[in-house]
Design a protein around this ligand. Structure first.
Ligand code: GRF
Length: 218
């Protein structure tokens, strides 16, 4: 059954964040539902996840379009035809045009595996390890045309542990992506997020006062 805010999800691959959104939308009283999943990659595993959940899917292969504008127009038309009111990028590996982003008016979300604005780009976890940070994490933000930027709705921090490699750190971060993406979507669907310039203000949420210190000092 579709209830609440209607969500379109764009994917390119594995789709574990898509799965987290599917699972959240299936819980009782979740204020959003997924109306369409679009992949630019015909082989994306995430398409199988959507099908298994009975969600409509579409493949819009960017290689079949002469330029980014026409590809984005195709995405836009399909999303609107499906009745989507918000777009969640979940491992979607294409940069969207400013026309697309602005056309959705603060209604495109993304999840990124770093504590933005640190470590934008494709190798966030590797860059965090190379920088030697002791805390890494993930961010859900409203999308602006510049890559990996826009008002931050939710973040989670995780420790970087001795002996971590890109895979172990990515796995620890991913677990938290699956927590904060449904959380951010819920806050938006409940009308509790207001965009004020570069900042997303959240109302009616309990702040988490706990600091995460790493190393612990023990
Ligand atoms: C995630 O790490 C996400 O933060 C990044 O791409 C990855 C997608 O993973 N944007 P999945 O397809 O959701 O499993």
């Amino acid at each position: 059954m579709t209830a609440g805010l209607k969500v379109g999800v764009l994917i390119s691959g594995r789709g574990s964040n898509l799965q987290a959104l599917i699972d959240a939308c299936e819980t009782a009283n979740f204020p959003a539902s997924i109306v369409l999943v679009i992949s630019n990659n015909p082989g994306a595993d995430g398409l199988r996840r959507a099908e298994a959940a009975g969600i409509a899917t579409a493949i819009i292969d960017h290689r079949e379009y002469p330029d980014r504008r026409s590809f984005d127009d195709a995405l836009d038309s399909r999303l609107r035809a499906a009745g989507a009111e918000i777009v969640c990028l979940a491992g979607f590996m294409r940069l969207l045009t400013a026309e697309f982003v602005e056309g959705w008016n603060d209604r495109v979300l993304n999840v990124h595996p770093s504590l933005l604005p640190a470590f934008k780009g494709l190798h966030a976890q590797r860059d965090a390890l190379e920088a030697g940070v002791k805390l890494a994490g993930c961010t859900v933000h409203v999308v602006r045309p510049e890559m990996d930027s826009g008002p931050i709705i939710a973040q989670a921090a995780v420790p970087v542990l001795t002996g971590d490699d890109e895979d172990t750190l990515a796995a620890r971060i991913l677990e938290m992506e699956h927590v904060i993406y449904p959380l951010a979507l819920r806050l938006i669907a409940e009308g509790r997020v207001k965009i004020a310039g570069t900042v997303a203000e959240t109302t009616g949420t309990a702040p988490n006062p706990a600091a995460l210190v790493n190393p612990s000092g023990e």
